[in-house]
Design a protein around this ligand. Structure first.
Ligand SMILES: [Fe+2]
Length: 463
């Protein structure tokens, strides 16, 4: 030992957890429109205690919900842990008991116990706030107090953190992967929750191979399951190699079925090896399905199958076209944008239908990593792209659209983003006119402390 202390990157800077649960009235600069009324909910990993794993991964920290409640031009903030069974047992012990991705590091007292962290997405559907993480069932939260109500047992098994809500039918369409004894299986499920919050179907099928299926695509009548070669392998994990790893020789598959169809009717399309954490949106015209996705040439954040470090990579928007009437199972791919980005979002009123507008966190410096130093707005009708660039090392969260109440035109509303002010080590909530982000925020709500980098957020009207 030479005294060199290696700090885990996910416990440093604005990745580091905040350990207090607070209620703040924020200082607003500029003017928040009176019509903007509701809540922005965000969620991310925030380990309650020092992790046991020296290679602690960002994805396994306990979920913490951050609520920004907007009314009458004012903003109130509240953050609370999701009190999962894991959080409870560790809270009682006063230390970490679970080993994250490596169950060999678990304390013997929690072997085989529920390790759910509910840290990935927070979704408002059918009057219910759900904290989601793809390895477990949804956890219901009280939208005002952010107290944890517990698992929604009707989901029965692992459920994605990226459901899609059909703005016309009100249905929430979802899937599960790694369904079965181990998360490292090829077992999948397709599921639907109706507009009243009732789970009305969950049907199981097998993917071509076990992989990390972070998100999927849904159109008016179809659902698409991407099976990309960030593979899962229990056999590999048992030999001390990575449980999830980049294995490009497996190629990429996307299974297509009708939303009202049977899982036995899935047709598998294919393309070259790539990874997609997040699609922007998908729609259909005649026999063609279109998916605009943030595509990585290699999976970032994960090692190779031999355990060696993975390559750095950045994503760009591409359009995938699936021709259901054609004989070919090849996916047509074309570039949509030339800027590195992540966390693409649409106006939720356009989800599953053809969209005009998209927003995402962008990296105009082309650092080759997921450096979110700008907010981009893409107008696919005009072909124009607007950019709001942050300065001084500031970084943004996923931008989230809030519709104007009573409005129907896609893009009519505001864009919200939580920005980390690097120099002050503090965060701000920014509000933009959604179709004019380049002019900068129309209002800023200042927090007295930072909100750690997290994953996803959604706007809820809360009426
Ligand atoms: Fe995600």
């Amino acid at each position: 030992m030479d005294g060199d202390v290696r700090i885990n990157p996910y416990l440093a800077g604005n990745f580091a957890p905040v350990r207090s649960e607070d209620d703040f009235d924020l200082t607003v600069k500029g003017e928040i429109p009176a019509e903007l009324r509701g809540a922005l909910f965000r969620i991310g990993p925030n380990p309650q205690f020092e992790p046991r794993d020296p290679n602690h991964h960002w994805f396994v920290g306990d979920g913490m919900v951050h609520g920004f409640y907007v009314q009458d031009g004012k903003v109130a903030y509240r953050n609370r842990y999701v009190r999962t069974p894991k959080w409870q047992v560790e809270h009682e012990a006063g230390r970490s008991l679970f080993g994250g991705f490596n169950p060999m590091l678990n304390d013997p007292s929690v072997m085989g116990k529920d390790s759910g962290v509910a840290n990935t997405n927070i979704v408002w559907h059918a009057g219910r706030l759900l904290a989601l993480e793809e390895g477990h069932m949804p956890t219901a939260m009280d939208p005002r107090t952010l107290s944890t109500e517990g698992y929604v047992d009707a989901y029965r098994a692992r459920t994605t953190a990226h459901p899609k809500i059909d703005p016309v039918s009100g249905e929430m369409v979802w899937f599960g992967y790694g369904v079965g004894e181990t998360m490292l299986s090829a077992g999948m499920s397709y599921g639907v929750t109706d507009r009243n919050g009732q789970v009305v179907r969950r049907d199981d099928f097998e993917a071509p191979f076990a992989s990390m299926v972070h998100d999927f695509m849904v159109t008016e009548n179809h659902v698409l399951f991407p099976i990309l070669p960030l593979t899962g392998s229990l056999k590999r994990a048992m030999t001390g190699l990575p449980a999830f790893a980049w294995e490009p020789e497996k190629g990429s598959y996307v299974g297509v079925m009708r939303r009202d169809g049977d899982v036995s009717q899935i047709r598998w399309f294919n393309t070259e090896a790539c990874y997609v954490f997040h699609p922007l949106n998908s729609w259909e015209e005649g026999d063609k399905l279109f998916c605009d996705v943030m595509r990585y040439p290699v999976a970032p954040l994960f090692p190779k199958a031999d355990g060696s470090p993975g390559d750095r990579a950045a994503a760009r928007l591409v359009r995938w076209t699936f021709d259901l009437s054609g004989a070919s199972d090849a996916i047509k791919e074309e570039p949509l944008d030339d800027l590195d980005g992540e966390f693409p979002r649409v106006d939720p009123r356009a989800e599953t239908r053809k969209h005009r507008h998209g927003w995402y966190a962008a990296d105009p410096t082309s650092s080759g990593t997921i450096k979110q130093c700008a907010i981009a707005h893409l107008d696919l009708a005009s072909g124009q792209r607007q950019l709001y660039e942050l300065a001084n090392g500031d970084l943004t969260s996923e931008p989230v659209f809030a519709p104007r109440p009573g409005g129907t035109e896609e893009g009519d509303g505001w864009l919200t983003a939580v920005v980390w002010r690097a120099a002050e080590n503090r965060s701000d909530l920014l509000v933009f006119e959604a179709r004019d982000v380049a002019k900068g925020p129309i209002a800023t709500a200042e927090l007295p402390r930072r909100v750690p980098f997290g994953f996803h957020g959604n706007w809820a009207a809360l009426d």
